[in-house]
Write a protein that binds this ligand. Structure first.
Ligand code: NDP
Length: 391
């Protein structure tokens, strides 16, 4: 959305209380705060105290909790502030459809799909952290953004790296994209060692500080699996052009290989604020107070092939990409249900991939989606099948 440089940018942050949301508010603060940005809405779910504090700090006009039961708590926390308060799913959709120029999509999981879609349809630029939107709705989501007239700017560090390394007029010359993966806390573990881990052990990521779901997803490599599907839709590449390489230091965030053998990479300290800042000021770059790379101290960058036997999620992503249709939505929903069961102590770490695979096989017959209703229906069906398997 083109803006006069003197105008304040109107911002909405969906999922402001999470890891990405909090970093987004820090980036806004660093880049001029209220002098440059008019925050229309911040949204959260359970953490209403933080939501209220954020709304006061950034001068948001509206604060929304998706949880209707927390309306009273949020209203009390914002009493006398002049900030409007709302709660529930409809209120969240209304906030997402507001008049923002730029919307950060940072709600975790499929809960983020409908609000992000609403913002896209209204024509806002979408800074996409919520990869589940693209994994589930794929080309329908891309089409909604395009019809709305806004831009889709990736925030996931890997996809931001590819976005930055892609030369606009040379897209036809892209041979492959290479997603880097840290390998997570179990990079060198055997399946036997992983079998009994708890969520507390699995969430301890070696390089990044992130929300619970993506941390567990990094340990199982389901996060990378989702990112492979996200990459297909974002960059319109064939499945065989998407590679994954394990790079334990998380310094190279991803790469683009061209037909002449050149590989362009984007590097930086593992800090999401760089990708968020880029999404906010794209195509410009703005100064950010984040750690700089010191190459002399870095001394080495390692790479290894991913092991799809120990980390079957990667194989499942390839299956979903090959089968196409609604398999992304099915894999995503099944994984989300399995993730909650693992965190709740009802299934083991390795069962997450088993359940996703079984659900994908059971629902492989679903025809391709012709509308968002088909996506939501497949999501619901996959959840029910996964829940049945877990019971
Ligand atoms: P967090 O768990 O830290 O935050 C999630 C946000 O979503 C919170 O604001 C939470 O509210 C809100 N939320 C949770 N459930 C619902 C719901 N049912 N309805 C509405 N809002 C809800 O997640 P992250 O910030 O780590 O991740 C957000 C997204 O960004 C994910 O899709 C993730 O894959 C992606 N991402 C994250 C990265 C990271 O470094 N963290 C990197 C790249 C991508 P509350 O806390 O108030 O309950």
């Amino acid at each position: 959305m083109a803006l006069d440089a003197r105008q304040k940018r109107r911002i909405t942050i969906l999922g402001s209380t999470g890891s990405i949301g909090t970093s987004t508010l820090d980036v806004l603060r660093q880049l001029g705060g209220r002098d440059r940005f008019d925050v229309l809405a911040v949204t959260g779910n359970g953490n209403v105290d933080l939501l209220a504090a954020q709304a006061r700090e950034c001068g948001a006009r509206l604060a929304v909790t998706a949880d209707e039961n927390r309306y009273g708590a949020l209203k009390d926390a914002l009493a006398g502030s002049g900030i409007a308060v709302a709660a529930g799913r409809a209120a969240l959709l209304e906030a997402a459809s507001g008049d923002a120029d730029w919307v950060m999509a940072a709600i975790v999981g499929t809960a983020g799909l409908a609000p992000t879609l609403a913002a896209a349809k209204r024509g806002a630029d979408i800074a996409l952290a919520n990869k589940e939107c693209l994994v589930s709705a794929g080309d329908l989501f891309v089409q909604a953004v395009s019809e709305g007239g806004g831009r889709l700017i990736p925030v996931d560090s890997e996809h931001s790296a590819i976005f930055q390394a892609l030369e606009d007029d040379q897209r036809h010359a892209v041979e492959r994209i290479v997603l880097t993966a840290s390998g997570g806390p179990f990079r060198t573990w055997s399946r036997e060692q992983m079998a009994d881990v708890t969520a507390d052990i699995a969430r301890a990521h070696p390089n990044w500080s992130m929300g619970l779901k993506i941390s567990i997803g990094s340990a199982s490599m389901f996060n990378k699996a989702l990112e492979m599907i996200e990459a297909k839709h974002l960059f319109d590449v064939r499945p065989d052009q998407i590679e994954v390489v394990v790079h334990p230091q998380s310094i190279i965030h991803s790469m683009v290989g061209y037909v002449d053998g050149s590989v362009l990479a984007q590097l930086g300290a593992p800090d999401m604020r760089t990708a968020i800042g880029y999404a906010l000021t794209y195509p410009q770059r703005s100064p950010l107070d984040v750690k700089r790379l010191d190459f002399a101290r870095l001394s080495r960058l390692d790479f290894e092939a991913p092991d799809e036997t120990r980390f079957p999620a990667l194989r499942l992503a390839r299956t979903a990409l090959t089968r196409g249709g609604l398999q992304g939505a099915v894999m995503n929903a099944a994984e989300e249900v399995a993730f909650h069961a693992f965190v709740g102590g009802r299934i083991g770490f390795l069962s997450m991939a088993d359940i996703a695979e079984q659900v994908m096989d059971k629902l492989a017959h679903l025809p391709p989606a012709s509308s968002m209703d088909d996506v939501f229906a497949a999501d619901e069906e996959a959840r029910q099948v996964a829940a049945g398997l877990i019971r």
